[in-house]
Design a protein around this ligand. Structure first.
Ligand code: BTN
Length: 326
């Protein structure tokens, strides 16, 4: 009920009377009053005026299950959501929730992670209060070959959500870092659980720097946050709901095509490496070329000096711009 009241308060222009809330939810005035008090304690600014009712004046950047549920407008992605104040890694939680029988599309969101995982075995710093740490748990009905492409689907969804919620131009550094003004604001870690030759689960973990003000020395030159770039606080819950909405749409297209062909154009439009010189850090030998776009299966197409095209697979190599991180 709390999430529904919140959604109603948010969507209405003026006041909503206590009477209307009681009738809608079939509860007593005292029950409504209790919910309002809980919301105020969580930091929501709610004005209560006699004979008029309640009005939501200000929503702080709170992350809670009700805040997330009240904003979710998808069919299945993130509809079942778990919010954890603190956890080890939301990727690990997502795998566990699926094993316990929770639905495809379950979302795990945490305010803090104590064992956040990054790509290539690195850790992901996850302090509380300012960032998004979330994992979408999926039980896809396709093969392991397709699953790796989901990272690119999520990258597109995150970049679009950042643009629509914050009004910032967010680009994609192939395959799955999101950058704003040439600095990283988001990383994505997709992990797959296999059994024989079928997929038990795929979990897509997303870490977004939203309202941080400072970064550790080592990443200060290459990382930034949305609030630094925008110059104001961003609602994490609104951003999460928007990522889910964009992801759901693109995922359905992806399932229909069984590859990235339907979203390739949108992905390439966001690609910051496109038509730029890149250095491919292949363990078998580094090389350079011009990034031209992606294949239908997500490899980066790099044109070499001799005119031939190299298809670069994520996972094996990393790509650096000629003049730095992007
Ligand atoms: C990267 O190295 O760029 C990927 C970082 C992914 C971090 C996210 S935070 C939520 C989820 N849980 C984890 O432990 N990692 C991912």
């Amino acid at each position: 009920m709390k999430a529904k009241i919140l959604a109603l308060l948010r969507s209405s222009e003026g006041y909503i009377s206590g009477q209307e809330l009681c009738e809608r939810f079939g509860v007593s005035r005292t029950a409504v009053w209790k919910v309002m008090n809980q919301l105020k304690e969580e930091g929501y600014e709610i004005e209560a005026v006699q004979n008029k009712g309640y009005r939501l004046v200000h929503t702080p950047d709170v992350l809670s299950e009700s805040e997330l549920k009240s904003r979710m407008r998808t069919g299945w992605a993130g509809r079942n959501v778990h919010f954890l104040k603190e956890t080890g890694s939301t990727n690990a939680d997502a795998v566990r929730f699926l094993e316990e029988g929770e639905a495809h599309g379950t979302l795990v969101v945490a305010d803090r992670q104590t064992a956040g995982r990054g790509r290539r075995g690195r850790s992901w710093e996850s302090p509380s209060g300012a960032s998004v740490y979330m994992t979408l748990a999926l039980k896809p009905e396709f093969g392991p070959g397709q699953a790796s492409m989901l990272t690119l689907v999520m990258a597109l969804a995150v970049s679009e959500a950042i643009s629509s919620v914050c009004g910032l131009k967010a680009g994609i550094k192939w395959p799955n870092d999101i950058v704003v003004n040439r600095k990283k604001v988001c990383g994505i870690l997709t992990e797959m659980n296999m059994e024989a030759d079928y997929i038990r689960s795929v979990v897509i973990g997303v870490g977004i720097n939203v309202n941080q003000k400072v970064f550790p020395e080592e990443i200060r030159d290459t990382a930034t946050s949305l609030s630094i770039e925008k110059g104001e606080e961003i609602s994490r819950a609104e951003l999460i709901a928007s990522v889910m909405a964009h992801f759901e749409r693109h995922y359905e297209q992806f399932v229909q095509d069984q590859n990235l062909s339907g979203i390739k154009q949108a992905y390439e439009e966001g690609l910051v490496n496109r038509n730029r010189k890149v250095r491919v850090l292949d363990p078998k030998g580094e090389y350079e070329g011009i990034a031209e776009g992606i294949t239908d299966t997500g490899e980066l197409m790099v044109r070499m000096d001799d005119g031939s095209i190299a298809e670069v697979y994520a996972g094996e190599v990393s790509v650096r711009g000629y003049y730095g991180y992007v």
